[in-house]
Design a protein around this ligand. Structure first.
Ligand SMILES: Cc1cc2nc3c(=O)[nH]c(=O)nc-3n(C[C@H](O)[C@H](O)[C@H](O)COP(=O)(O)OP(=O)(O)OC[C@H]3O[C@@H](n4cnc5c(N)ncnc54)[C@H](O)[C@@H]3O)c2cc1C
Length: 313
């Protein structure tokens, strides 16, 4: 089978890999964006994605610069004007207000599927980007001239640089034999969409409980996305509760700042891990996004750091 030649192969078309591809759209470089699963660009969809990200102004500016922001805004994004963080075990609290910095908002909460769909769609508008999907990388080799990636479909791609943007369990990092430092936070994040009929006051809320932080992130309308980081055994208990008991437990732990909580959608859980690769770049190889580093979601910085990787690369 003939080898397909590119200037750059990006393995992983998630939020970070697709940002890098779009940033190089319309450049003289020929780019292959290789992704496992076809992201759905279907819209509208009735339900909120249970995975959302707090997107900073810096990341918004990158999304604007690469032309993907309109695709997100046309779907749905939720600007927030305040952030309130407080401690369940004491009087500590902090309030950020966008008025204090003369901005219209502090950032946006956006569903991950919305971000990925807009970036994927945008990547498809550039003549120099080939979206190769669904694709399963099978073998990877480097010599001093190029990286060669064989897909299980029997196609071989070759390029002078290959970027691993394939997430926390990076296959590319593993193929490169690159060590990754890290440890389990011994916490699991339970996520779900919650109906908050009294409204969320355009505020991102986070309460520090003895076992970990509980965040309520505003979504369009009277909804919030929660991220409850807690001990793994407690997370299992939370996942096993009936909807009514889960809502009751949630209400007890967040208090009355959001009024009475009503509906809860499906719940998901993510084991939390800190990881940091020992090397970001090698000849003909670079790692970006979670493939290079992953951190606790309490500060909402993971994908923002990954987009900064893409922008600086
Ligand atoms: C509960 C939770 C809440 C979070 N909240 C925030 C937040 O508010 N703000 C924030 O900035 N960050 C947040 N994060 C972190 C954020 O989700 C990650 O940093 C981000 O998803 C990393 O993006 P990525 O593109 O590097 O990796 P991923 O999102 O993991 O994407 C990797 C992509 O590569 C593809 N892929 C994987 N392996 C292969 C392969 N071998 N071949 C081809 N394709 C492959 C996958 O299908 C996927 O599309 C949160 C994380 C969690 C767990």
């Amino acid at each position: 089978m003939k080898t397909q030649r590119y200037d750059l192969i990006i393995v992983g078309g998630g939020m970070v890999g697709a940002t890098l591809a779009c940033a190089l759209g319309d450049s003289p470089l020929r780019i292959a964006l290789v992704e496992h699963q076809s992201p759905s660009t279907r819209w509208p969809v009735p339900d909120f994605d249970i995975r959302v990200s707090a997107i900073t102004r810096a990341t918004e500016n990158v999304f604007r610069a690469v032309g993907a922001w309109p695709g997100m805004e046309q779907r749905r994004v939720c600007p927030y004007q305040h952030m309130r963080v407080w401690d369940a075990g004491g009087n500590g609290e902090i309030h950020f207000d966008c008025a204090g910095i003369g901005e219209a908002n502090l950032g946006h909460i956006i569903e991950n599927s919305v971000i990925q769909a807009a970036l994927w769609e945008r990547a498809g508008q550039f003549g120099n980007i080939a979206r190769i999907c669904p694709a399963t990388p099978a073998q990877l080799a480097w010599d001093n001239r190029q990286a060669s990636l064989m897909l299980s479909q029997g196609i071989t791609l070759a390029s002078s640089l290959l970027v691993g943007a394939d997430g926390g369990r990076s296959w590319v990092r593993e193929q490169g034999g690159i060590d990754c430092l890290g440890w389990d936070y011994q916490q699991t994040a339970v996520v779900a969409t919650i109906k908050t009929p009294a409204g969320h006051q355009d505020t991102a809320w986070q309460r520090f409980l003895p076992d970990g932080p509980l965040a309520f992130l505003p979504l369009p309308g009277a909804y919030c996305s929660i991220v409850w980081s807690t001990r793994p055994a407690h997370a299992e208990t939370l996942l096993a509760l009936s909807d009514a008991d889960f809502l009751h437990t949630l209400q007890q732990n967040i208090g009355d700042v959001l009024g009475e909580l009503e509906g809860v959608g499906p719940r998901g859980a993510f084991q939390l891990r800190l990881s940091h690769t020992r090397e970001y770049v090698r000849p003909r190889l670079a790692l970006i996004g979670d493939a290079a580093h992953s951190i606790h979601p309490l500060a909402g910085q993971g994908v923002n750091l990954g987009v900064a990787d893409a922008a600086s690369l």
